[in-house]
Design a protein around this ligand. Sequence first.
Ligand code: ATP
Ligand code: MG
Length: 235
Amino acid sequence: MIEIKNISKTYTHHSEKVKIINNISISIEEGQWCTIVGPSGAGKSTFLNCVAGLLQPDEGEIIHEGIDIYSLKDKVKSEYRRLNIGFIFQDFKLLPYYSVLDNVALPLIYDEQKKSLYTKAKSLLEEVGIKEQMFNRLPEALSGGEKQRIAIARALIANPKVLICDEPTGNLDVNNRNIILDLLSKFKNSGKTIIMVTHDEEVANHGDKIYKLSNGILEERMKKNDSFNFESNNQ
Ligand SMILES: Nc1ncnc2c1ncn2[C@@H]1O[C@H](COP(=O)(O)OP(=O)(O)OP(=O)(O)O)[C@@H](O)[C@H]1O
Ligand SMILES: [Mg+2]
């Protein structure tokens, strides 16, 4: 279970303070798929970074399985994250001088024997539809959708308990989007937790719970049929 307790985050632009996250509290049960929608600039990526232990909120606590992650020393926190949380970044964050295969294997490079690790990395790449002839390419020689699928494979390599995804299907065509949704469903059905930001209404409906983030506040939204236009929500 992940407990998000009264978190707030303010950014300062030229001495003007903007409160992006305003006292948000939710609990996400183990095995739950939670989706978050909301207008561009609402703070969705900021919120995910806070939940993942990458960005400390100004106030409040993020508690993963009873541990307040920001109370951990940096090294311990990084280890916890590396082994328990898979993160798919909105801008992928693939390492430019590493091959596709090395990018996927990287999170476990010091933990596993190279042979079994690379076998696992190859099979994940195949699951996300990346062909063998791409394994040795550098990220610069890939399309946006290919990079995204490689970022997904990398997030899954350590078999994390929690997968945090920032627009994981944003660059994908319908076919590849469905491949990724099937993969995420499989992940969830094995008892894992998913926290996902998306602009895609159909993707959002895969969540057990759907939240909308706007004006710093997270509200639970009814599933399906409860259509409101979250894109045009004013800030
Ligand atoms: N490091 C930062 N310093 C200052 N302002 C920031 C920083 N990061 C984000 N912001 C601002 O905070 C707001 C929320 O950004 P965030 O990236 O969390 O939005 P988002 O909901 O993920 O948007 P999108 O849907 O476009 O990805 C934006 O107005 C952004 O300009
Ligand atoms: Mg974002």
